[in-house]
Write a protein that binds this ligand. Structure first.
Ligand SMILES: [Zn+2]
Length: 294
């Protein structure tokens, strides 16, 4: 038999907004942060616990004991009121993760919301300044090792550059409005990573980067998205914001090995890595090659 306070919390789950996780939108939350006043799924509750009890105090809705004051706080706040406070200034270019998304995107979203309060204090949003520079680990061209490389993003110039030697010319200059960034594709086997695809001399090229710190990689990722959105708003002033946000970055719809034959009936089947990117299908001899074959 559940006690009156637990029953009171269970009642609150029926209120609008409380039937899904406050952070990732998963259905049927089983946990709550009783100081913030929100209902959470198991995964997000784990991330909240990781921030420490000075930020978020976690309880199981059914299995833990609830005090009167804690139930009262949950009643006063709840997911919708908390959202109005903690997500007040989320810029449209920011990728808000959903329940099936990468760990680093979800962790950074939650830390940005409650630990750093970036969406109630927009001056803290490092990804919105239109400029970013720093070192990322970039996969070598000829070998699978990663090397620290200086990257520089400029919204004014619409460029993303990287340098092997800072005193020399950049090794690559990419037009931000034309690149795609795929967040943490499975083949990279790095948690905090992304793949940049860009056009050079008529072929699509790829750059693979990661950083040990999830905040750094998620900031870079969102900085590229924000730069792209601002450039698109200039290029297409009459397009709606929703249309342009949809163009910012796309994770690959599907990737994997397929057996491919040539145009002649006698051609043998060869194993190739295929990538479906929106309506474009690319294939490579290896998953992490730098140029595309078709
Ligand atoms: Zn969640």
């Amino acid at each position: 038999m559940v006690d009156a306070n637990t029953r009171g919390v269970l009642e609150l789950l029926k209120r609008s907004g409380n039937d899904t996780c406050a952070d990732c939108g998963a259905k049927g939350p089983e946990w709550a942060s009783y100081n913030i006043g929100i209902f959470l799924c198991t995964r997000c509750a784990g991330i909240h616990r990781g921030m420490g009890t000075h930020i978020s105090k976690i309880k199981h809705i059914r299995l833990d004991r609830w005090e009167d004051s804690q139930v009262q706080r949950m009643r006063e706040i709840g997911n919708l009121v908390a959202k109005a406070k903690y997500e007040k200034r989320v810029p449209p270019c920011y990728r808000i993760p959903t329940d099936g998304d990468h760990d680093s995107l979800l962790e950074e979203w939650i830390c940005a919301k409650y630990l750093r309060e970036e969406f109630s204090r927009p001056e803290r949003q490092a990804f919105m300044t239109g400029h970013m520079e720093g070192f990322l680990m970039k996969r070598g061209k000829e070998d699978p090792k990663y090397y620290p490389r200086k990257f520089m993003l400029s919204e004014v110039d619409d460029t993303l550059k990287y340098y092997v030697d800072e005193k020399k010319d950049p090794k690559a200059v990419m037009k931000v409005s034309e690149i795609n960034v795929s967040f943490s594709p499975v083949k990279m086997e790095k948690k905090n990573s992304f793949q940049i695809s860009y056009l050079k001399d008529g072929t699509t090229r790829h750059i693979y980067v990661y950083h040990d710190d999830p905040q750094t990689i998620v900031n870079w990722y969102n900085a590229i998205r924000c730069t792209k959105l601002h450039r698109l708003q200039i290029a297409f002033p009459t397009a709606s914001q929703a249309e342009l946000v949809n163009l910012l970055t796309k994770d690959f719809a599907h990737e994997g090995w397929l057996w491919k034959t040539g145009p002649r009936p006698t051609d043998a089947y060869k194993k190739r890595w295929f990538t479906l990117d929106r309506r474009k299908l690319m294939y490579h001899e290896e998953p992490l090659l730098l140029n595309i074959k078709a």
